[in-house]
Design a binder for this molecule. Structure first.
Ligand SMILES: Nc1ncnc2c1ncn2[C@@H]1O[C@H](COP(=O)(O)OP(=O)(O)OP(=O)(O)O)[C@@H](O)[C@H]1O
Ligand SMILES: [Mg+2]
Length: 276
């Protein structure tokens, strides 16, 4: 059975897609886990990054057709060993219309449609990562209802926890109203401005509010991470056959994030087992 993760924050451009694509890459390439990325964003950023990563000129199969046909199993594209994607493109802006047509009077079925469509894929993967646009919308509702855990991105330069706080409050609303099963697996501080400082006061405020949910690994600005948007994610080699040290550094941060998240997941698993 796969575990499903959504990376969330109701703010744009905070590093959600970077986190999804890098975690999925490390999970597949370093940890050897069968990994699926589901791109729910009509911008298709994760799709384009992973297409470049797998040297695939265009990803034809896509989530829109899967949602229309009621079958995602035929929309999977392989990127690397252990790493697949269900890609997205601008056609997926029609999601509200698709849901309206399929479930005219049934909000709950509309919100849990992705969860239902992922069921047949559960046995084929260890981990499923959902990438969503930064809005409270049919996209985020479906992702939050389908996921077991959310990983929250905290932008440490915005001088506020706003986008993350709204996300957590909305998560609570879904749990209370629709009995969603989502837990916060971890809160990851990201810093996207070149030369910017990590705002320790924001991290401290987050620690006071959310305790050990805040990971000790911080994702700092790295040119190399930005370059993966155009070059695809990779580990290059120098002329003398050594691994490129900038790539090692860029990947190392996300392996650390993954290790911390896995440790949190072990704690959740033990708590759940103890309750049974
Ligand atoms: N740690 C980092 N170092 C350098 N650049 C980064 C880092 N994280 C993200 N970026 C860059 O910042 C930009 C925004 O990141 P990303 O697309 O991951 O944000 P997002 O939250 O998914 O945005 P959206 O809300 O539009 O989906 C991208 O150009 C990405 O390459
Ligand atoms: Mg994104």
């Amino acid at each position: 059975m796969a575990t499903t993760y959504v990376v969330g924050n109701f703010k744009g451009g905070v590093g959600k897609t970077k986190l999804v694509t890098m975690l999925a890459y490390e999970n597949a390439a370093v940890k050897g886990k069968r990994t699926l990325v589901v791109d729910l964003d009509p911008q298709g950023n994760a799709t384009s990054i992973l297409a470049k990563t797998g040297d695939i000129p265009v990803i034809e199969r896509n989530i829109t057709n899967g949602f229309i046909d009621g079958d995602l199993t035929k929309q999977i594209t392989n990127i690397l060993p252990n790493l697949d994607i269900i890609g997205s493109n601008t056609a997926f802006r029609s999601l509200p219309k698709i849901l309206m047509k399929k479930f005219p009077d049934d909000d709950l079925s509309a919100m849990t449609y992705l969860r239902k469509l992922l069921e047949p894929l559960q046995a084929s993967y260890d981990s499923i990562y959902l990438d969503v646009p930064p809005t409270i919308s049919d996209y985020s509702d479906n992702a939050m209802m389908a996921a077991d855990y959310c990983i929250i991105v905290l932008q440490t330069q915005s001088l506020s926890l706003d986008g993350a706080k709204t996300y957590i409050a909305y998560m609570q609303y879904l749990a209370d109203t629709f009995d969603s099963k989502l837990d916060i697996l971890g809160i990851v501080a990201c810093m996207l401005r070149p030369g910017g400082r990590v705002d320790e006061s924001i991290i401290e405020e987050a620690r006071q509010t959310y305790g050990n949910n805040v990971l000790s690994t911080v994702i700092r600005y790295q040119e190399r991470l930005k370059a993966y948007d155009v070059e695809g994610i990779h580990v290059g080699e120098t002329k003398s056959g050594l691994k490129d040290s900038w790539d090692i550094k860029a990947h190392g941060v996300f392996v650390d994030v993954l290790d911390e998240l896995n440790a949190h997941e072990d704690v959740f698993r033990k708590m759940k087992e103890a309750r049974q």
